[in-house]
Ligand binder design. Structure first.
Ligand SMILES: C[S@@+](CC[C@H](N)C(=O)[O-])C[C@H]1O[C@@H](n2cnc3c(N)ncnc32)[C@H](O)[C@@H]1O
Length: 231
């Protein structure tokens, strides 16, 4: 019995660390349709269910997680085992898409597609994503407000610079960065609305991005997208 209580507390405490890393509290998820991208063991959904939170958290992970087996039915029914680059959800399905140390910039396109206008994408890149993250943040000022075609030209220029620097950034990161910058170009509707600098900066000395789909009158994904960097 005591063991169970301890396990429950540990799930809740891990979930609260994830939320705090993403600059959220449980209140922010209230009555929301949430996608936990690359969810791992689905800690967030599990804790929300234990706490009886009024939120719908869907979890997607590419690998079947051993912890999924023992989860309550209401949590299990919202778990998808699959690639978060090809989500089985309709456009504009979610109020909030979260990525806590999972996909990094590979999640941008599907987050943008599945978020409703005005929805938020919160990403906490860790581990292998740090380098790609740095690349993106470094180039954001350059692509701000530019159309996709112009962004493509800039990407070629950046890639030439990287190649001139003896390819010190691995080629797979170049591909990843290209995808992300294109996703953030002005003809899509995603913008950086805030950077949660403090917490992420403490750990990595780098800022965190927060994205929001903007213009509620516009249709995504093909209209004009504005993004801005707020630091
Ligand atoms: C470091 S874990 C983070 C798990 C969880 N978000 C957390 O913070 O506890 C990274 C997870 O990303 C998942 N992942 C990696 N690539 C993925 C993809 N293309 N689609 C879905 N999940 C993916 C892995 O299977 C792993 O569970």
């Amino acid at each position: 019995m005591e063991d169970n209580v301890e396990q429950d507390l540990s799930v809740i405490s891990r979930a609260e660390t994830i939320l705090s890393n993403l600059g959220l509290t449980w209140d922010d998820l209230k009555n929301k349709n949430v996608l936990d991208m690359a969810s791992g063991s689905s800690t967030l959904a599990h804790a929300a269910s234990m706490l009886g939170m009024d939120t719908k958290i869907f979890s997607v992970d590419i690998d079947r997680q051993k912890e999924w087996v023992g989860l309550p039915k209401d949590v299990k029914s919202k778990i998808v085992q699959g690639d978060a680059e090809k989500l089985p959800f309709a456009d504009e399905s979610f109020d909030i898409v979260l990525d806590h140390g999972g996909m990094g910039i590979l999640g941008f396109n599907e987050a943008a597609r599945t978020l409703r206008l005005g929805g938020q994408f919160r990403m906490f890149p860790i581990g292998g994503q740090i380098l790609e993250y740095w690349n993106i943040s470094f180039f954001l000022t350059e692509i701000e407000g530019k159309e996709s075609a112009v962004v493509q030209q800039l990407i070629q220029k950046f890639d030439q610079q990287i190649s001139d620097a003896n390819g010190w950034i691995p080629s797979e990161y170049i591909t990843l960065r290209e995808k992300a910058l294109t996703a953030l170009s002005s003809d899509q509707k995603i913008e950086v609305i805030e950077m949660l600098i403090d917490r992420y900066a403490q750990m990595t000395e780098m800022p965190l991005f927060l994205y929001e789909l903007k213009d509620p009158m516009a249709r995504e994904p093909n209209g004009v997208m504005i993004y801005k960097k707020s630091y």
